[in-house]
Design a binder for this molecule. Structure first.
Ligand code: HEM
Ligand code: HEM
Ligand SMILES: [Fe+2]
Length: 468
C-alpha cells in the first residue's frame, strides 16, 4: 500500500481537532440544558447565553473542519497528486485552530457588557451561529481563500477536472461567498436578519447539502465501489433539486421578520419541496447498499452512510416540513419544535457525514488491506447515538406541541399565555428528558472516541508482527 499523501495527513489533523470540538460542543450543550432545569446554576459565572453560543459555534466549526478534512483526504486521490501549496495549507490549519482558541477564551472572559463597534470587532458580533468577532471573520476568510486556492490549483495542475470536482469548486465558491453576507452590519434588525439568513439557511439547506453530496459521492465510491458514472449522475440530479428548492426555500425564514408578504407564498411553496432531493438521496443509498447486500470492508462507514441518508431525510425533510408552511409556522415559530428540528437535522445530515469520512480515513490508516473494519464499540456508539438523539428530539417535539396548543392556539400568544406555556408540565418535564438523553448522548460520544482510537488496531498489529 502506498504512503499517505501529506494532504491526507493534514486531513487527520482536521478530523482530530473536529472530534475534540465535538466533545466541547456536548459539554456546553449539557451545561445549557442543565440551566433549563436550574437557572441559577453558574449564573454570573458561565451564563446560559455563553454556553448556548459555545455549543452551537463549536458545532459549526467542527463540522466545517471535518468537511475540510474530507476534501483534503479525497482531493489527492481524485487528482492523483499531492495538494498544491500543502505547506500553506498546514499553516492555515494552525492559524484557524489558534483563532478559534482565542475567540473561545474571549467569549469566556467577557460574558456581558455593552455592544458597540469595539465589541463587534474584538468580542462578538452577536449573530447566532456566526458570533465570531470581525477580526476572526477576516481570519476565517483568509483561511478559506487558502483552502479554495489549494483545491482549484491542485485540480488545474493535475488536469483532472472530474464531474465531482466541478461541483465542488462551484459549491465552495458559493459557500465562502455567502459567509460575507453574515458580516454586513446594519442597525435595522429586519435588514440584518434578512442577510443573516443568507448564511444560515443557504449554508445548511443549499451549499452544505451539496458539499456533503460531493463527499458522500466519494464515500460511496470508496466504501461500496459504486461506479463513478452512477454517483455523478445522482450528484447532478441532487444539485439541481437542492438548489432548485433550497434557494427560494429561504423564504420560510421571511414570514414574520418584516419582509414583504409575497415571501409567505414563495417560502411556503419552495421549502415544502425541499424534502424531494432528500428522498432521492435515500433511494440512492438504499439502491447502492442493496446491490452490495450490505456487505463492505468498512462496516462503520457503511452504516453511517445509511444513517446519513435517513437522518438527512428525517431531520431536515420530515422535521423541517412539519413547520415550514406559513399556516403552521404561525403557531410553531420559535417554539421547542425549532430546536427539535435543528438537532435532528444537524445530527442526521452533518454529524453522520463527518463520521463516514473519519471511519474511511481510519480504515486506510490502520487496516488498509487487513480484515474488514469492525468492532463491538462502533455498534454500541451507533445505537447509542440514534436512540439518544431521538430521545432528545422527541422530548423537544412534545414540549413544542404543548407550547403550540397552550401558548399559541388556546392562549392567543399573549405574555401571560407564554408564561402558562412555560409552566405547563408538558413543556417543563421534557426538559428533564432532554437532559437525561443528553448525558447518554455524551456517553455514546465517549464510546465513539474509544472506538476510533482502537478499531482496526489488532488487525494492524497482526500484520506488523507477521514473521518476515
Ligand atoms: C440539513 C438541513 C437543515 C438543517 C441543518 C436545519 C437546521 C435548522 C436550524 C438550526 C434552525 C433554527 C434556526 C434558528 O436558530 O432560528 C432551523 C429553522 C427552520 N428550518 Fe431547518 N434545517 C435544515 C433543513 C430544513 C428543511 C429541508 C426545511 C423544510 C422542509 C426546514 C425548515 C425550517 C423552518 C421552517 C425553520 C424555522 C423555524 C421557526 O420558525 O422557528 N429546515 N433549521
Ligand atoms: C449532549 C447533547 C446535547 C445537549 C444536552 C444539547 C442541548 C442544547 C441546548 C440546551 C440548546 C439551547 C436551546 C435553547 O436555546 O432553547 C441547544 C441548542 C442547539 N443545539 Fe444542542 N444539545 C446537544 C447536542 C447537540 C448536537 C449533537 C447538535 C448537532 C450536531 C446540536 C445542535 C444544536 C443546535 C443547532 C442548537 C440551536 C437550535 C435552535 O436555535 O433552534 N446539539 N442544544
Ligand atoms: Fe431554512
Amino acid at each position: 500500500m502506498s504512503k499517505l499523501y501529506e494532504s491526507q495527513k493534514l486531513a487527520l489533523w482536521y478530523f482530530s481537532v473536529a472530534l475534540v470540538l465535538f466533545g466541547a460542543q456536548l459539554l456546553f450543550g449539557l451545561l445549557a440544558a442543565y440551566q433549563y432545569l436550574n437557572p441559577d446554576f453558574l449564573y454570573g459565572v458561565l451564563d446560559f447565553s455563553i454556553n448556548r453560543m459555545l455549543h452551537i459555534n463549536a458545532m459549526i466549526v467542527w463540522l466545517i473542519m471535518g468537511f475540510m478534512g474530507g476534501v483534503y483526504w479525497f482531493l489527492p486521490i481524485e487528482t492523483g497528486r499531492e495538494v498544491v501549496g500543502i505547506k500553506l495549507a498546514k499553516l492555515a490549519f494552525f492559524v484557524l485552530v489558534a483563532a478559534v482558541a482565542v475567540v473561545v477564551l474571549v467569549y469566556l472572559l467577557v460574558q456581558t457588557g455593552k455592544g458597540d463597534f469595539f465589541t463587534l470587532w474584538f468580542i462578538t458580533e452577536g449573530r447566532e451561529y456566526i458570533e465570531a468577532p470581525r477580526w476572526a471573520d477576516w481570519g476565517i476568510v483568509a483561511v478559506m481563500l487558502v483552502f479554495y486556492f489549494n483545491v482549484v490549483a491542485t485540480v488545474i495542475k493535475s488536469k483532472k477536472l472530474t464531474g465531482i470536482l466541478g461541483v465542488l469548486i462551484i459549491d465552495l465558491l458559493a459557500l465562502a461567498g455567502l459567509y460575507l453576507a453574515g458580516m454586513y452590519f446594519t442597525p435595522n434588525i429586519s435588514v440584518d436578519q434578512f442577510w443573516w439568513w443568507w448564511v444560515v439557511h443557504l449554508w445548511v439547506e443549499a451549499t452544505w447539502e451539496v458539499l456533503v453530496g460531493v463527499l458522500m459521492a466519494w464515500a460511496l465510491m470508496t466504501v461500496l465501489g459504486t461506479p463513478r458514472k452512477i454517483v455523478e449522475a445522482w450528484l447532478y440530479l441532487e444539485v439541481f433539486l437542492v438548489f432548485g428548492t433550497g434557494i427560494l426555500g429561504l423564504g420560510h425564514h421571511y414570514f414574520w421578520i418584516g419582509t414583504p408578504e409575497y415571501w409567505l407564498g414563495i417560502g411556503g411553496f419552495f421549502s415544502a419541496l425541499e424534502p424531494i432531493p432528500l428522498v432521492a438521496m435515500v433511494v440512492h443509498a438504499i439502491y447502492d447498499a442493496g446491490s452490495h447486500k450490505l456487505r463492505a470492508a468498512n462496516k462503520p462507514a457503511l452504516f453511517w452512510i445509511m444513517a446519513q441518508a435517513f437522518g438527512n431525510f428525517v431531520g431536515a425533510g420530515m422535521w423541517g416540513f412539519m413547520h415550514t408552511l406559513p399556516q403552521i409556522n404561525l403557531y410553531s415559530h420559535g417554539t421547542q419544535i425549532t430546536p427539535a428540528h435543528g438537532h435532528l437535522a444537524f445530527f442526521g445530515a452533518y454529524v453522520t457525514a463527518n463520521l463516514v469520512l473519519m471511519y474511511i480515513a481510519i480504515q486506510r490508516v490502520r487496516a488498509p488491506e487487513g480484515p474488514a473494519l469492525d468492532s463491538r464499540a462502533w455498534k454500541l456508539a451507533y445505537v447509542g447515538f440514534v436512540i439518544t438523539i431521538f430521545g432528545m428530539v422527541g422530548a423537544l417535539t412534545v414540549a413544542g406541541f404543548a407550547q403550540i396548543f397552550v401558548e399559541r392556539a388556546v392562549g392567543g400568544a399573549t405574555w401571560s399565555a407564554y408564561i402558562a406555556g412555560q409552566e405547563h408540565p408538558w413543556v417543563r418535564e421534557p426538559m428533564y428528558w432532554r437532559f437525561g438523553f443528553g448525558v447518554l448522548f455524551l456517553l455514546s460520544y465517549l464510546i465513539l472516541i474509544y472506538d476510533m482510537l482502537t478499531i482496526g488496531k489488532r488487525a494492524a498489529t497482526a500484520t506488523e508482527v507477521k514473521p518476515a
